[in-house]
Design a protein around this ligand. Sequence first.
Ligand code: AMP
Ligand code: MG
Length: 500
Amino acid sequence: MLKFNNTYIGLGKPFFQRSLPQKVPAPDLLLFNSALANSLGLPDELQNDNVLLSQYFSGNQLFEGAEPIALAYSGHQFGHFNPQLGDGRAHLLGEVLDNNNIRRDIQLKGSGVSNFSRQGDGRCALGPALREYIMSEAMFALGVPTTRCLAVVTTGENVYRERPYDGAIVTRVAASHIRVGTFQYFAARGDTDSLKKLTNYAIKRHFPALLVEAELDKTIAVDGKKSANEISSQQVLKFFSAVLSKQIPLVLSWLRVGFIHGVMNTDNTTISGETIDYGPCAMMNAYHPETVFSSIDRNSRYAFGKQMSIIQWNMTRLAETLLPLVDSDEDEAVEKIEPLLTQFHQDIQQGYLTMMAAKIGIDEPAEGDGKLINDLIAIMKTQKLDYTQTFVSLTNSLTTSPIEESLTDVLSEWLPRWNARIESFKAAAHTLMVSNNPVVIPRNHHVEALLDSCQETGDLAALNKFLAVLRQPYTDITDTKNYQDAPVDGDKNYHTYCGT
Ligand code: AMP
Ligand code: MG
């Protein structure tokens, strides 16, 4: 059985509220992620018992040792600070050590109201629950750091949005649910003691190597004696640096595969650097940095090409919360933390160049490669070239097939430059491109068509076929070709919604 051990509860009262999932009338297991379940050590006899799984993953029955809580957090939503968010429709059941001894949060989402629900009903509709499952599985297979879904259970109840929908509960597995907004919650209340607790906890959980370093520091320090909830300025800065380093592979892998998160609010930005909250996310088809699908993102704040600057904005908000732990003099604290943000800016820019270079087969970008990449992107933008397909065509042009005629024309000036650049290491370039350019992504029109058909017919066969393809996004398998097409209308009328 899952062995729960709930360290977050040890942080004490201001961090959460105890809250039980609300029972549902007819829980029915729709999707179950056995690969993930295996990694968590969920026993086979439970995995084979759909009735019991439905009970557990609807919250109708609690696992032994689970102590459900709703977490407190704040957040900047579209740039505006909301001091009081928190889990309004989610229950953290507790933590489990996976097979790699990594602590994972097991959370139900759509499991009923808590004290943080405000006007919300605490519930989740089936469509968004399925969407989170599909998208997070696809992202995981694409090599993007992400929270994952263990199960989707329908509740037997309707959820009312603009019309009634089937209700569902999705089980989310995450490295933790500590967000930038969690730090903001305590900073907004001037609760430095809790900020210290949270930072120490986050270090222990996500960056244990820093603890070892601190121990080493202590052995040389003369006055190494510290009370339980103390943290040195150095340690806070190291922590912040570690958080920054997790955000780079996160956002760069989004940009690599064409993912638009859609709602990069600070409450949806984890300290662990995992993708969280698949509400209004979407995939880009034709390349354009301004691509936005979210119906509520009216100012295009979270457009595809803005994600690198938004993560820096979010990290600056995190830095602000840490100032009192860095120095009692705020100006001094700013002076100490600012260089880390400057460094972050440089690192993410450099990382972007390296990531894009890999997409065209170059391992270590040299002088001139920035221009080569920018020129390609500029053509893709003006010619409205499909992001995924273009890189696949370029990849294949090194081995199997000549580049499509449509591309030869628009890339007539660019292709010879690129070919000359990689001429001396074509095989290595090809290998690099194969592992950086997916042949298939969860295209919006395919995802939506499957969500519609699942909800109408309840038949999951087509969805499972799609998932099988998405689980091998760098390999052309028999069914891959069925999902590679760009939408005929370029998704021009496609809108995503917050998954409420
Ligand atoms: P999200 O858009 O999922 O990031 O949610 C933002 C905030 O709204 C969080 O505090 C959620 O818990 C809360 N929320 C979203 N949907 C609901 C709902 N149906 N009932 C209660 N709270 C909700
Ligand atoms: Mg959220």
